[in-house]
Design a protein around this ligand. Structure first.
Ligand code: NI
Length: 256
């Protein structure tokens, strides 16, 4: 199993990071992609990937941080470009458009997202996309780059039609905790609709703990509950879903 989206660089893990990583490895997680949301957390993701062989880093600017980037008069390309040279950096993000939080300025978000799409194209690195209530806006920005960039819509919460457009763009779709929730029909429907060859599994820890740990701090070992539910939804064996989703992640992030 590969946890393709986890924030082990957040302070939620500061007291027991080593245990969290060991527990994940014991549960069968071979690789974890640690996701940055700004310069500092991206740098920390890289540092952690040096300390722990099973960790890899994604570097970028989250929509929530795009306004800060503007205030600092910084361009996200500067620090990301430098970090992309590191061999354990496997992706750019998380980045994208968030229209759920109304106080995030759309114009800034679009500017910062576009810079990262351009970098993904130039350096041929996959994008990890955050698209909360902004799936349509993200698709619209990626369309002109079809065939030139790839990546994953992590924690996807759009419609089946939008999922189809994303597959058309050549992107993967990331599923996580909500597919295990009894009342999350939409998330389950998407997981059933998208071909297994185009799905990635992720925890998004510390958020979105799956059942039976809903409401508690999430961690990469819990990716097994997402795998288990996905196997049930797909009517496949867990081993088969593990093989295919692991290969999907290796293909996208060029993991060893
Ligand atoms: Ni995230």
């Amino acid at each position: 199993m590969i946890d393709t989206h986890v924030h082990l660089n957040f302070e939620d893990y500061i007291d027991d990071l080593e245990t969290v990583i060991l527990d994940a490895e014991k549960a069968g997680v071979s690789h974890m992609v640690v996701i940055g949301i700004d310069e500092g957390s991206s740098r920390l993701a890289i540092e952690l990937s040096k300390q722990y062989p099973s960790l890899y880093a994604s570097v970028g600017v989250h929509p929530s941080e795009s306004e800060n980037m503007f205030e600092m008069q910084a361009t996200s390309t500067q620090f990301i470009e430098a970090m992309l040279k590191d061999e354990k950096v496997v992706a750019i993000g998380e980045c994208g458009i968030d229209l759920y939080h109304e106080d995030y300025n759309l114009e800034y978000q679009q500017h910062v997202f576009k810079e990262q799409i351009e970098l993904a194209k130039t350096y041929q690195k996959p994008l990890i996309i955050h698209s909360r209530s902004g799936v349509r806006a993200c698709i619209d920005m990626l369309k002109p780059y079809q065939g030139h960039v790839k990546g994953v819509f992590h924690c996807f919460n759009g419609t089946q039609e939008e999922a189809d457009e994303i597959l058309e763009l050549g992107f993967y779709i990331g599923v996580n905790g909500p597919i295990t929730f009894k009342n999350a029909k939409d998330a389950k429907d998407i997981a059933m609709h998208v071909p297994i060859e185009r799905l990635l599994i992720e925890t998004d820890g510390p958020y979105l703990s799956p059942e039976p740990y809903r409401g508690r701090r999430n961690q990469p070992a819990n990716v097994k509950y997402i795998l288990k539910t996905l196997a049930q939804l797909k009517n496949m064996s867990e081993a088969e879903v593990d093989d295919i989703t692991t290969q999907n992640a290796k293909n996208l992030f060029l993991l060893p």
